[in-house]
Write a protein that binds this ligand. Structure first.
Ligand code: 26Q
Length: 753
C-alpha cells in the first residue's frame, strides 16, 4: 500500500477524511502511516551492535524528520496541499518530546539519526520521562517551571511488551520497554531508541514541578533530572540511573543470547557507549550480570572494559558526578560491592589516589571508573580533548595514552538544514546538486560560487525571508514584534554563567547608553535570547530576569526602541531552535575560553549561513580554522590565559570595575532606578553584586573586547555583498560538522561495528 492510501485508511479509522480532518487528526493519521511503514523495515546488522546509553535524547518533533528519511516529504506536501493544508501546519499539532536538557541530549539524537543513516547497527537506551524537562513560563518577569506532559494517547512510543526486573535496595521494580523507531536516510534501515519506564507512572503534579520524590515506584520516570538541590532529588537521580542501566544491560544480554552468543563473547559482539557519567553504573551492573552467568570477576571486568567507551562533555569540576558509596549501597546494593572491587582493580594498575574510583571519604568518582573500565575515552572537540589530556585528566592520559581520542561533535544536516531551512537547502541543491544530502562535505562546492552575485544575492534573499517568517512566528505565538530588516543577533542555549549571557546583557546596556547619547547604529539591532535555567540555579534565573527587564526598558524608551530590541523567546526547545537558527545573522558563541566543551548550535548556525561571533572555545576553534579569520568574529582571552588565571587565582573583577570607568557605568546601570523600575530588584542586585565581587566566569575580563568586536561585526554587516560571501563560506565549510562524519570516526576508532 502506498503512503497516501495508508494515511487515508488511518483517517477513515479515525472516522474522518482528508478534507474534514482537524490538524490533530491529520497528525495522528500521518504518525500511524509513518510508523506502519517503519515497522516493516529492517534493523541494520553487523559483527557488533552498539548500545548508546544516555540519560537524555532530545529528539525534537519526529514527523518531519521521519518523512525526510523515508523520502516522503514531497508526496506528503502534495497530498496535504490538495486538501488545503501543509506539513508545517500539521506538524504544529505534534508535541515535542521533552527528553533532554540541551547539547548532550540533542547530540545523542543527532547520533541516532546518523547511525541509522549510515546503516550501522546501533540502538539508543534511555528513560521515558513523562513530564520531561520543565516548560518555562516567563509571564511573571522571572522563570517559573511547569510540567511538560508530552505523551498523548497516540504517540511515537511503541509498547514492546518487553520488561526487565531491576533489583533496588527497597525491592524489585519492573522496567517496561517502549521503543521509538529511528529510520535511516533513504536506506531502508530502522534502528530503535529504547526508553524504559515504570509500570504505573505518577500523574503530573497539580502546579509547578514539585512532587513526591520519595515515591520512587511511581515517580522514577516523572521528570528529567529532578532538582539536584536536595537529598531526595539526588537519590531519585541515582534510582533513575540504575533503573536505566540495569534494564539496558539485561536487554543487551538477552539480545546477545538471541543472536546465539555466549555472555563471555560480549566484547566481540557488543559496543556499549556511555554518554557522560549518567549511565556509568552500566559498568558494575554488567560485571554483576556476567558474574551471575558464571564469569569470574577478572574475566567479567575484562570483557566489560573491552565493550565500553566513554564520552566526557565537560571540564566544569562541579558537573563531574560523584556518589557516596553509602548511597549506592542503599539504592543499588547489588552493584556496590562490584564498585569496590573495581576500585581495588584500578589500584593495582595505579597507586595514585588522584585516579582512584573511590576516594578517602568513601565517595565514588564516576568519570574515574569510566576511564579505568572503558577501552576508549573521548572529548567532544579538539580543544576540549587537548585540555582533558594535558590538564583535567592528565594522570589518566599518562596511564592510558592509547585510550584517549578526540571526536569533534557534529549535527545531522537532515534536521538542521534540509528540515529546518528548506529554502536554503533548495537554493544549495540548485547550485551544486543533491550530493551534499548524503555527504555534507560536498557543500564545499559552493566555494566556486563566491563571485556569483546572483547566488550570493539568493543567499541574502533566503535569509531575509527566514527572518520575516521568524518575525511572524514571534508575533503570533509570543506577542513579540521584531523588524526583519534589523540585524538578528541570536544567543540561544542553556542559561549558565560560563556561557556568559550576562556579558551579552552588558553589551545591550552599553548600546542603550550609546543610543541615548545620540550614537545611533546604521541599522536597528534585534538581540534575541532563548534559555532555560536549572530550577535551583539562582544566578542563572537572575540573568533571565535581567534580560527581561532590559527588554522592557528598551522597548518602552521612545528614543531607543527604533534602534534596539531585546526579544526573550519563552521555553526555548528544539522546535524553537528550528525557527530561530535559519533566521540568524549573527551566532553568539561567547563562552569563557576553555569552558564550553564543544557547542553544537554553533555548527547549526554556521550551516544556516549565520556568522559566528565568539571566543576561541570548544568547536569554535575548528570553525575558525575552516572559515578563516575574515569569516568569523573572534574576541577574548585564550584558553591558556584563562587556565593560567584560574591556576594563579589572580582574576579580580573589582579591579576591572575600578580601572575602567566606561565599564563601571555600564555595570552600575544594572541597579539604576531606570532598570529597577522594569525588573525585580532582588534579582538585579544579585547579578550586580556577583559581577563586581565574584564573576567566577570572568565576563568582565572580555567585555571590552566583546563590545568592540560586535561593533565591527555590525558595521561589516552593512556591506551586504561582502556579508553574503561570509555567509557562503560558512555554509560551504559547515559539512565537516555533519554528525555522519563524527559517527564514521567513532565507528572507525571506537566501536568497530
Ligand atoms: C549532573 C549532575 C547532577 C545533575 C545534573 C547533571 C548534568 C545534567 C546535564 C550534567 C550535565 C548535563 C549536560 C551537559 C551538556 O549538555 N553538555 C554539553 O554537551 C554538548 C555535547 O557534547 C557540548 O557541545 C556542550 O559544550 C556541553 O556543554
Amino acid at each position: 500500500m502506498n503512503f497516501e492510501d495508508r494515511v487515508v485508511e488511518a483517517l477513515a479509522s479515525l472516522g474522518t477524511t482528508a478534507d474534514d480532518a482537524s490538524g490533530p487528526e491529520l497528525f495522528c493519521a500521518l504518525l500511524r502511516a509513518t510508523r506502519d511503514i517503519e515497522l516493516g523495515m529492517r534493523p541494520a546488522t553487523g559483527e557488533r551492535k552498539l548500545y548508546y546509553f544516555s540519560a537524555e535524547f532530545l529528539v525534537g518533533r519526529l514527523l518531519r524528520a521521519n518523512l525526510i528519511n523515508l523520502g516522503l516529504v514531497d508526496e506528503v506536501e502534495a497530498f496535504l496541499a490538495a486538501h488545503g493544508t501543509s506539513l508545517a501546519e500539521v506538524e504544529d499539532c505534534e508535541p515535542e518530546p521533552s527528553l533532554g536538557n540541551g547539547g548532550l541530549g540533542r547530540l545523542a539524537a543527532c547520533f541516532l539519526d546518523s547511525i541509522a543513516s549510515l546503516g550501522l547497527p546501533g540502538d539508543g537506551v534511555g528513560l521515558n520521562y513523562h513530564y520531561g524537562l520543565f516548560r518555562q513560563d516567563l509571564s511573571a518577569g522571572v522563570q517559573r517551571e511547569e510540567p511538560n506532559p508530552w505523551i498523548e494517547p497516540e504517540s511515537w512510543l511503541l509498547d514492546t511488551g518487553r520488561a526487565f526486573s531491576v533489583p533496588f535496595g527497597f525491592g524489585e521494580l519492573t522496567a517496561r520497554m517502549y521503543d521509538i523507531e529511528v529510520p535511516g536516510y533513504e536506506n531502508g534501515t530502522v534502528n530503535r531508541l529504547h526508553l524504559f519506564d515504570v509500570e504505573d507512572p505518577a500523574p503530573a503534579p497539580e502546579r509547578g514541578i514539585d512532587f513526591d520524590k520519595g515515591d520512587v515506584r511511581h515517580s522514577l520516570t516523572s521528570f528529567l533530572y529532578p532538582d539536584d538541590s536536595d537529598e531526595a532529588g539526588r537519590l531519585l537521580r541515582l534510582y533513575q540511573q540504575y533503573f536505566m542501566v540495569s534494564a539496558g544491560a539485561q536487554l543487551i544480554l538477552a539480545e546477545l543470547a538471541e543472536r546465539g552468543f555466549e555472555p563471555a563473547e560480549l566484547d566481540r559482539h557488543v559496543a556499549i557507549h556511555i554518554n557522560d557519567t549518567h549511565p556509568s553504573l552500566v559498568i558494575p551492573e554488567m560485571v554483576r550480570l556476567l558474574m551471575e552467568r558464571g564469569l569470574g570477576f577478572e574475566e567479567a571486568a575484562g570483557v566489560v572494559e573491552r565493550s565500553c567507551a566513554y564520552t566526557n562533555h565537560t571540564i566544569l569540576a562541579e558537573a563531574l558526578e560523584t556518589w557516596p558509596m553509602g548511597t549506592i549501597e542503599r539504592v543499588a546494593p547489588g552493584v556496590a560491592p562490584i564498585v569496590r572491587r573495581l576500585d581495588a582493580l584500578a589500584r593495582t594498575r595505579c597507586a595514585d589516589d588522584a585516579v582512584a574510583v573511590i576516594d578517602a571519604s568513601d565517595v565514588a568518582h564516576m568519570a574515574n571508573m569510566d576511564v579505568h573500565l572503558s577501552h576508549a575515552v573521548n572529548g567532544v572537540a579538539a580543544l576540549h580533548t587537548q585540555i582533558l589530556v594535558t590538564s583535567e585528566m592528565r594522570p589518566f592520559a599518562e596511564l592510558y595514552p592509547h585510550k584517549f581520542t578526540n571526536k569533534t561533535n557534529g549535527v545531522t544536516f537532515r534536521r538542521w538544514l534540509m528540515g529546518c531551512d528548506r529554502p536554503l537547502a533548495e537554493l544549495v541543491s540548485s547550485a551544486i546538486g543533491d550530493g551534499w544530502k548524503r555527504d555534507a562535505r560536498e557543500l564545499e562546492g559552493l566555494l566556486d560560487l563566491r563571485d556569483d552575485d546572483a547566488f550570493v544575492g539568493g543567499l541574502l534573499d533566503v535569509k531575509r525571508a527566514n527572518k520575516a517568517a521568524l518575525a511572524e512566528w514571534l508575533r503570533s505565538s509570543q506577542g513579540i514584534e521584531v523588524d526583519p530588516d534589523s540585524v538578528f543577533d541570536v544567543q540561544v542555549k542553556r542559561m549558565h554563567q560560563y556561557k556568559r549571557q550576562q556579558m551579552n546583557a552588558l553589551y545591550a546596556i552599553w548600546k542603550y547608553l550609546q543610543i541615548k547619547r545620540g550614537n545611533v547604529p546604521s541599522r536597528p539591532v534585534t538581540m534575541i535570547f532563548g534559555a532555560k535555567a536549572a530550577p535551583a540555579y539562582t544566578l542563572a534565573k537572575d540573568t533571565i530576569a535581567l534580560l527581561l527587564a532590559l527588554g522592557r526598558l528598551v522597548s518602552s524608551d521612545v528614543q531607543v526602541a527604533p534602534w534596539l530590541r531585546l526579544a526573550f523567546v519563552e521555553n526555548y526547545n528544539v522546535t524553537a531552535a528550528e525557527r530561530l537558527i535559519p533566521a540568524a545573522d549573527v551566532s553568539e558563541q561567547i563562552s569563557l575560553a576553555s569552558k564550553e566543551a564543544s557547542g553544537t548550535s554553533n555548527m547549526k548556525f554556521m550551516a544556516n549561513g549565520a556568522v559566528t561571533l565568539g571566543t576561541l572555545d570548544g568547536a569554535n576553534v575548528e570553525i575558525a580554522e575552516l572559515v578563516g579569520r575574515e569569516n568569523i568574529y573572534l574576541f577574548g582571552r585564550s584558553s591558556e590565559d584563562v587556565i593560567g588565571l584560574y591556576d594563579r587565582g589572580d582574576y579580580r573583577p573589582w579591579d576591572v570595575w575600578g580601572c575602567d570607568a566606561e565599564l563601571a557605568e555600564v555595570l552600575d546601570f544594572i541597579v539604576s532606578p531606570e532598570l529597577l523600575a522594569c525588573g525585580d530588584a532582588e534579582c538585579l542586585t544579585r547579578v550586580y553584586r556577583d559581577f563586581v565581587a565574584k564573576d567566577y566566569f570572568m565576563a568582565l575580563l572580555d567585555t571590552r573586547d566583546y563590545v568592540g568586536c560586535k561593533e565591527r561585526c555590525l558595521a561589516d554587516y552593512e556591506d551586504r555583498g561582502a556579508w553574503g560571501k561570509k555567509m557562503l563560506v560558512n555554509v560551504a565549510k559547515s559539512g565537516f560538522f555533519s554528525s555522519d562524519r563524527t559517527i564514521l570516526e567513532y565507528n572507525r576508532d571506537v566501536w568497530h561495528l
